[in-house]
Design a protein. Sequence first.
Length: 206
Amino acid sequence: MSNRLNNFRYFFLSRIYDLALHWFYRPLVRRLVAAVNEQPGQQVLEIGVGTGISLPFYDAQRKHVTAIDCSLPMLATARRRAAHSPQLHLTLEHAAAEDYPSQPGQFDQIVFCNCLSVMKEPAQVLEAYYNLLPTGGRIYLLNHFTPERGLLRQVDRMLAPVGAVLGFKNFFTLPSLLNADTMRYTSTLRAGYWRIVEISKADNPA
Ligand SMILES: C[S@@+](CC[C@H](N)C(=O)[O-])C[C@H]1O[C@@H](n2cnc3c(N)ncnc32)[C@H](O)[C@@H]1O
């Protein structure tokens, strides 16, 4: 999606996004961030931070968070929200994941909440960030994932054109995202249509 189109879409979405997702989504984000907080290493990168739903859940004593988003309206909301967590060491930046200049080993954990499915080439983005992780680093994903079979798979397939108009991939499978050769250690922290997945970069993960 072009940045201009993205800004236009999210100008409207930023106003209703939190209300729409509050009841079921926030607890999932909280759970994901709790898993991040438990990990060693201070530096966290959150990609596509949106309105900053996740920000209050980071442990300010343990984590320094860099959060990027390519939508200015979403970032403006995140900035307002961040003002309520002044103790959190936070850097908010306007950037697209594809262009963000991060160094190998710079971030211990990298978080993608509901944003890979709105990207054009999500598997490439994921792989690029996986390659930047240090050994022992982890990626956390929260997203809807189309199941391998069943009614929901058919529904996702049917609604794919609607999703395309709205700017996200309705039909979105986990295997299509993961490079099975390199991302060998993946675990599901929360199963279901909305899944939390941890990808560890380790020779021998605990
Ligand atoms: C559906 S929202 C999710 C926001 C937030 N992560 C959450 O869970 O509430 C997707 C966000 O990803 C951002 N985004 C989309 N493509 C992006 C890209 N290529 N790089 C950075 N951010 C992107 C959008 O601007 C939007 O804020």
